[in-house]
Write a protein that binds this ligand. Sequence first.
Ligand code: HOZ
Length: 428
Amino acid sequence: MKQDKSIALMKRSKEMIPAGVNSPVRAYLSVGGNPPFISKAKGASITDVDGNTYIDYVASWGPMILGHAHPKVVEAVCAAAKNGTSYGAPTPLEVEMAEEIISNVPSMDWVRMVSSGTEATMSALRLARGHTARSKIIKFEGCYHGHVDSLLVKAGSGGMTFGTPDSAGVPEGLARETLIATYNDLASVAALFETYPNQIAAVIVEPIAGNMGMIPPVEGFLEGLRTLTKKGGALLIFDEVITGFRVGLSGAQGLYGIDPDLTCLGKIIGGGLPVGAFGGKKEIMESIAPLGPVYQAGTLSGNPLAVTAGLTTLRLLREEGVYDALEEKGAYLAGGIREAFSAAGISVQSHRVGSMACNFFTDQPVVDYKSAKTCDTELFSRYFTGLLENGVYIAPSQFETGFVSVAHTREDLDKTIERVAKVARKLR
Ligand code: HOZ
């Protein structure tokens, strides 16, 4: 694989940008090698500056559910840009976006747009604390909710990949307010409610964990969280930044039939532009400024370009059969990959919900952080490098999720399965 231009760019970049990248996992430190610098993407393919083209399952870490540069999204964004790119004032587009979100996600009576998933979780936490007048929160080991101080405790994603789940720079006093429970283990949550009565403002959870690899909730886990939070007077916050509009129009909460108090969204609702949103029950959202005492604001919130890309995406997702097709493609690919691993005699735990999937290189069932950590990350690195060299682009970490898009064709999926089989045979 030719990489001269990417290597030269990395060299230049490292002179100015920490590790040459603007987000840690992109540096490829855990898998080795030089990250390809991307110059363009179209449909299910992504192309680097050296002219290598890959079948893409990163999908910009989730947003590109329609594939890259969808003609209708591109056209809408170009048209919107001609009317100006930011006003810092209300726009009709934001009203349409709020209607679109609320009509699809029944637990959200009200919503506010922000500019990233991190901003959404940060604001939802502050709101939960302000609304309940309590300061402690419960999060799950290995869940990642953006790089919010209170949430960078036992965090997944880059924290897990690089062995730094507790970030330096988070004041001890703040970290103490973050209580850690075990994903898929209700007893660990119940114990915290017992130890800290009337002190817990909220439980925040990825209803399908997507940042310690992809781990679905076990039966009864989310229902149990709903019961425990109600009983403990705490809010239940669903971080659906990854799962929102990914596993269905009403996200994981629709899939599993749960009614959280607050929901955080991002990724897909921005159609590939920077966006986030948080929302939920009206009586809680009324605490937000200027109606209530919880302050939250943003110069680029509701940005017309981002909202246009998001709205166009959401409307296309509403078309008949989109999620059935995603389910079908996800199942076909996961089935083919499972067979390829089995034929090669490699033990993996294959997880999939709709178009989200992950293969853990371990023979143990993976249900939480501890079991995810049993993976052979060295083997994953060899797998990753093999796929990259064979034109398949997956996330450069065992602890991330892969995404299939509307744009992946049967031919793309077959090619992928073939290449996985080839790489898997060499892993033994
Ligand atoms: N935290 C993101 C994955 N869960 C990575 C984002 C990026 O590097 O673009």
